[in-house]
Design a protein around this ligand. Sequence first.
Ligand code: MD3
Ligand code: FE
Length: 209
Amino acid sequence: AQIAPGAVHVPDWLSPAEQHAIVIACRDWATGPVPMRAARLPGGQRMSVRTVCVGWHWQPYRYTRTADDAGGARVVPFPDWLVRLGRRALTAAYDDPVAASRYTPDTALINHYDDQARMGMHQDKDEKVREPVVSLSIGDACVFRFGNTETRTKPYTDVELHSGDLFVFGGPSRLAYHGVPKTFPGTADPATGLKSGRLNITMRVTGLD
Ligand code: MD3
Ligand code: FE
């Protein structure tokens, strides 16, 4: 369903087997050279979600190749299977096979939400290009708040995201404010392999080299 121009929600897109494979990959990354951590904001506060990155390392509010805020190791390369998954995601969301075949995400941010974690309303504008963002949800359901491009307040649309859902944000929606005001603890199917909480994978094109 199109929530706004360029913002497309595809419920139940990932199969249980794909969700399980992604959980295993995220667990490997989370315990790899740059461990999953709660990023520290410039003001000093820690984010309530924990994040691990592949391709580029995101720290509020820039991308680096080495995690100088998390031990200094080099982040793992962006895997080809994730590029292919990103192209399938664009194919599912938009009627534009040529754009889908050219889509080449080079970074993914993997956020884990425990039962208390939230994501305040923000824009994603640390990327230098405005290619679509692909979002995959696994584990507990949540309320995703999709706002407008002008303010972090109303008007916004609340959408429930469930395990396996795909959301693509491109075109006029690419710079919309968005956030996660709550999750629904204990709603996940344990078959994904995720023990608790909610996992969100966002693929992006940084435009960096
Ligand atoms: C709309 N993540 O990592 S995913 C983020 O569920 C982030 O962890 C949330 O916001 C999460 O930056 C929301 C949905 C999402 C991701 C990126 C977007 C929506 C977006 C970029 C532009 C517009
Ligand atoms: Fe975001």
